[in-house]
Design a protein around this ligand. Structure first.
Ligand code: C5P
Length: 398
């Protein structure tokens, strides 16, 4: 289990009674090897003394956005940190963060932060249940921030229910797990195929399909963020990976994709085949643009190589291969038979029957089948979140 040695953590404390636990949290973070910079709202400072926190963190506490030091620092702190943790986060501060209102040192720093942000809400159960709170939590998560779930138990009001801030130990554990996962593919060489292929009919026309490449590009970026060395073999797609470390090879046809994938897979640990490869190509591409002279036009099509099946045959012990299946009927049975036939270790099934899943959507709904006969079904999520689920399964096998 990774520890927190050298991690720079901004801890934002807002005005909840749970703020008294922040002292324990600072101590645990420091003990785990982290550097902690405390930020407090004025309301937070009403619940726990800044002197306690500056003593424990061995750094000055910033609580007033209007002080020259805090104001100048909020951008710098946002760049300095490896993570920002807001704990406890009140309903009011949650709402401000969800709307981008930067009227105190925590909300202003949050807007400047480039690092992952974690939030541990603390409030009474009815506030926690309120639709506006639900919506604000959903918004913060949709922006990519990480919720540290509330606990169930006795609340300061005397009521019993959900809304307690997670215990400091749980918060530290959450951060540990995050960083362990963040490096779960460190040093692994991964080849990903993505996008459609275009098979030329003549110099201006082709046979292709509606694949956008979004899922494969999201996988490439997510794998690179987890420390993998990624080669992305991308068919004609308007997209590009965001992560600079991804080695991008652009190809047009199935033959080109096949060649590039074979070369790259030889030295790789993992292959993920997300491309929608055209099954057939015109036997010969005409050298000149075909004229519309006849009433009918016959194209002779020949089968393209099955890249996945070939890599499956060439797979060496220790290498992993992950395929995709887009099915319209007998989905599970078809996916399972593809897993076996192509010698995949995992197959990701997405169904065209699911609203929001498949070509060109930003979301996907998948089921992952493994060799172990285990079936894992996932909710409809953004393709970035789906990429995370797929890579979790890959990391667990590799
Ligand atoms: O056979 P089907 O096209 O449904 O198989 C889907 C899986 O096989 C996907 O992972 C796809 O990327 C891969 N495939 C391939 N080369 C082909 C056809 C499919 O790599 N010619």
């Amino acid at each position: 289990m990774a520890n927190l040695t050298g991690k720079k953590i901004l801890l934002g404390i807002t005005g909840s009674i749970a703020a008294y636990k922040a002292a324990f949290l600072v101590r645990l973070l420091i003990k785990a090897g982290a550097e902690v910079q405390v930020l407090m709202t004025k309301a937070g400072a009403g619940f726990i003394s800044p002197l306690t926190l500056s003593t424990l963190s061995k750094r000055p506490v910033y609580s007033d956005i209007s002080s020259e030091e805090s104001w100048n620092n909020h951008v710098e702190m946002g760049l300095w940190a490896d993570a920002m943790v807001v704990a406890p986060l009140t309903a009011a501060s949650l709402a401000k963060m969800a709307l981008g209102i930067s009227d105190n040192v925590i909300t202003a720093t949050y807007l400047s932060a480039r690092c992952p942000v974690f939030f541990a809400p603390a409030m009474d159960l009815d506030m926690w249940r309120h639709p506006s709170t639900r919506e604000n939590v959903r918004r913060l998560q949709a922006f990519g921030n990480h919720l540290i779930p509330v606990g169930h138990g006795e609340l300061a009001s005397g009521l019993v229910g959900e809304g307690r801030m997670a215990e400091p130990e749980e918060i530290v554990e959450h951060l540990r797990r995050f960083w362990a996962k963040a490096q779960s593919l460190a040093g692994r060489k991964i080849v990903i195929t993505a996008g459609p292929t275009y098979e030329p009919i003549d110099p201006v026309r082709f046979i292709g399909n509606r694949s956008s490449g979004k899922m494969g590009v999201a996988l490439a970026d997510a794998a690179a963020r987890r420390g993998a060395e990624v080669t992305l073999i991308l068919g004609p797609s308007g997209l590009s990976p965001r992560e600079d470390s991804v080695k991008l090879l652009r190809v047009q046809t199935a033959i080109e994709m096949h060649q590039a994938a074979r070369d790259a897979f030889q030295g790789a640990d993992i292959g993920i085949l997300a491309a929608a490869v055209a099954d057939y190509r015109p036997q010969e591409a005409a050298a000149q643009k075909i004229k519309k002279t006849g009433e009918t036009l016959h194209l002779e099509l020949v089968k393209n190589p099955d890249i996945a099946a070939n890599l499956g045959q060439e797979k060496k012990p220790g290498q992993l291969l992950v395929g995709f299946a887009l099915e319209t009927e007998n989905e599970l049975a078809n996916a399972r038979s593809k897993l076996e036939k192509k010698n995949f270790d995992l197959i990701v099934l997405n169904s065209l029957q699911d609203e929001g899943a498949g070509f060109n959507y930003d979301t996907n709904k998948i089921t992952i089948l493994g060799k172990d006969n285990k079936i894992r079904k996932f909710e409809l999520k953004s393709k970035t979140a789906v990429a995370g689920d797929i890579l979790d399964e890959v990391a667990a096998l590799s």
